[in-house]
Design a protein around this ligand. Sequence first.
Ligand SMILES: Cc1cc2nc3c(=O)[nH]c(=O)nc-3n(C[C@H](O)[C@H](O)[C@H](O)COP(=O)(O)OP(=O)(O)OC[C@H]3O[C@@H](n4cnc5c(N)ncnc54)[C@H](O)[C@@H]3O)c2cc1C
Ligand code: SF4
Length: 564
Amino acid sequence: MLQDSKDKRTYDAIVIGSGASGGWAAKELCEKGLKTLVLERGRDVKHIKDYPTASKAPWDFEFRDSVPIEKRIGYGNARFLRESSLPFALKDDEQPFIQEKPFRWFRGYHVGGKSLLWARQTQRWSDFDYEGPARDGFAVDWPIRYKDVEEWYTYVEKFAGVSGNRDGLAVLPDSEVMPAFEQSCIEQYFQESIKKNYSDRVMIQGRCAHLTDPQQIHIDQGRGKCQNQTMCNRGCIYGGYFSSNASTIPWAMKTGNMTMRPNAVVHSVIYDDAKGKATGVRVIDAESKDIIEFYARIIFVNASTLNSNAILLNSTSSRFPMGLGNDNGIMGKYIAWHNYRGKGNAEYEGFQDKRTDGRNPDHSYIPRFRNVHKQETDFLRGYAIGIGGGRGQRSDTSMIGDELRDNLLDREYGNWNISSWMMGETVPVESNHVRLSRDMKDKYGIPQLIVSVEWQENDDKMVQDYLEQQQEMFEKAGFINVRVNDSHSLPGSDIHEVGGVRMGRDPKTSLLNEWNQLHACKNVFVSDGACMTSTGTQNPTLTFMMLTARAANHAVDELNKLNL
Ligand SMILES: Cc1cc2nc3c(=O)[nH]c(=O)nc-3n(C[C@H](O)[C@H](O)[C@H](O)COP(=O)(O)OP(=O)(O)OC[C@H]3O[C@@H](n4cnc5c(N)ncnc54)[C@H](O)[C@@H]3O)c2cc1C
Ligand code: SF4
């Protein structure tokens, strides 16, 4: 295939990936006037137009929104496989990977990435997180503190839109919020019980990226108030929740500076030994399989944690034989994730006069309370807890005709249910790593990624502590049928994997500086989860987006100063 001239393939900036973080890079760079090429390996997904199931009722689906076994084949790594979300599910053969140890790798390969599918929980980090590695002696010290990034959290939250309360907690700094969703009566009751029984912990309403009171900046994006439909992972036609598709990508497009190129699988970043910098990106066209090169002055790598590692490890040159910027050989190492193994649920016999009305896209949250001010357990760090509660209905469907109809119309209410899940910090260790296979390639000829991570003793102890604490909290609230268990879910099930290209002060022990630039190749920025030095207990995406916006603005400043 004839390629465009080199001039036509040259931009000011290239962004790899159009998901939660790549969308922010595109928005910031385009707003500042840079001609920006966004390379996305998946197909295009236009806001509203490409949400084919968004408004479908259950009876509009052939299989009532479930997916029969024969149609599940080939989707082993897809999450929440429903008929309604099948358009965004990834087939396993799109990118095979090697599980040296068992790992679940959830991916969203289309414009918007996983921002279209996420659960939208957004919490800021505090200095208990940024100072964690230095204080507790693991990983390396973060090169930033909360004061360095506070304004960028505010900046991102205002544009994306976050609902919640201002809770005034040191462990979870307040966000810029719109009104919170209402908690169910069982959550409110449990919240009171925790307040009465514990001085070291609180339960709050979750903070989530939904518009409960859209401001002018959201209306300008064409987004409207969340209608509480809870059909978010089909794509939301109201733009009620934040996704790249509804927000940052169309915003970047409006500047006239963005070129979006879907079906462009990035193979590697091109490094020019003579110039001592990266000059572009090598791409495989997913349809024609042609190899195409694009050029730019700066490159943002936002392909999601493990793919950003894979791209950089595959970007070899005589200067960087082990991967771009990988002078110290630690690229791909110190992968961490969140420990969601512990689960709990219980019932409450009260509130028999109340029932669950309507839907709620949010849930409650207990911020981390273990080892915050001092080391108090035999494991490092701690966990947050998600809490959801509602009242289920039962109906006997074993009959037919009038009897069945009467039963369906007159459902019985059971007790109130409450469920709980831990969200623990895993401590990054060198042996938890990814690397490229020497002989196995995918259908694009790109080396397959080998994932080699496993739980550590610290994680097992943390699960045990959660189980004990959760049991006690439920019992103190007077709940019955309390059940807690270790689900032994695989690493990766949390979809919060981070690390491999970590930030730090010292180029000997880290790969990125405090502005997300590769120490050894300053015009390449990595600002998705790959850059994370540690995981904290918070849902990570707000921090990825904030770091990206901050890094993009720094990149523009440096370009203007002719430093890049
Ligand atoms: C069901 C679910 C629930 C979640 N809930 C939450 C939550 O409540 N809160 C939270 O903080 N996080 C949550 N997450 C995680 C969140 O979605 C991710 O952290 C976030 O999307 C990561 O942003 P990213 O830009 O790094 O990657 P992504 O959003 O995954 O985007 C990466 C993009 O890069 C593209 N890409 C990959 N490789 C290449 C390549 N070689 N060439 C070109 N393009 C490439 C991909 O196709 C994709 O579009 C959830 C995820 C899922 C799936
Ligand atoms: S809950 Fe809100 S954001 Fe989700 S699909 Fe409904 S309207 Fe959209």
